[in-house]
Write a protein that binds this ligand. Structure first.
Ligand code: CA
Length: 234
């Protein structure tokens, strides 16, 4: 029996970009639905929930941020969980931050290569089935190893002493490599453990972490105007 194709809804009002994405994703074996405005996108989602959405933020009428908000806030659990990759124009960092905080999974800035879009789609779809948050297994990246259950970090086998908050920040980032987190999201992930963490204090935590991690500090990448990401490779 043939494996069921994964359905991707692409929402983009620039028709040449839409056609290019549709062509490339279809060639990759995905079933592609398209919409040129927010209203059409929401109608298609109501008809059949896609496995993933590629969503342009700047749309006529209901824009991409509003679509994110609607899907994440007051629809069914099924639509609340649709992975979303946002497309943004240069200089829209604030929108990227808002989009990520509204629950988008990733973003790409135009112009982007189709190869990168496809790689991101594959990564996001893989996350759906492979969630490291569900286990307490050691996370290893090159010379760095993190043992979540034991709050233990080693660089080249040497134990590194981190504060509790530093550990929580590192753990949160490293469990989802390649995933961009805003400062606000990082605060939320460590909140409850240490109420003193504020938005700006995240930068201080990151600076401290990088210093202590030495060569492995490079894993923590600053995403300008947006937040931080744990790189898959350094
Ligand atoms: Ca647009």
């Amino acid at each position: 029996m043939a494996e069921k194709k994964q359905r991707i809804l692409v929402v983009e009002d620039e028709e040449d970009i839409l056609a290019l994405i549709q062509f490339n994703l279809t060639r990759q074996g995905y079933e592609v639905e398209t919409a040129v405005c927010g209203e059409e996108a929401l109608a298609k989602i109501r008809g059949q929930v896609p496995d993933l959405m590629v969503l342009d933020l700047m749309l006529p009428g209901i824009d991409g941020l509003e679509i994110c908000r609607q899907l994440r806030s007051h629809t069914t659990p099924e639509t609340a969980a649709i992975p979303i990759i946002m497309l943004t124009a240069r200089g829209e960092e604030e929108d990227v931050v808002r989009g990520l905080e509204m629950g988008a999974d990733d973003y790409l800035t135009k112009p982007f290569s189709m190869k990168i879009l496809i790689a991101r789609i594959q990564t996001v779809l893989r996350r759906q089935t492979d969630n490291p948050f569900l286990c307490n297994e050691e996370i290893t990246h090159g010379l760095l190893s993190i043992s979540p259950g034991r709050s233990l970090v080693r660089v080249e086998g040497e134990r590194i002493e981190l504060t509790f908050t530093e550990f929580k920040v590192l753990e949160a980032l490293a469990m989802r490599p390649g995933w961009v987190f805003t400062r606000y999201q990082i605060v939320n992930m460590v909140r409850g453990e240490d109420y003193a963490v504020t938005d700006r204090a995240v930068d201080v935590q990151i600076a401290g972490l990088r210093k202590k991690l030495g060569p492995c500090g490079l894993y923590i990448e600053t995403v300008r105007g947006v937040g931080y990401r744990f790189q898959e490779k350094i």
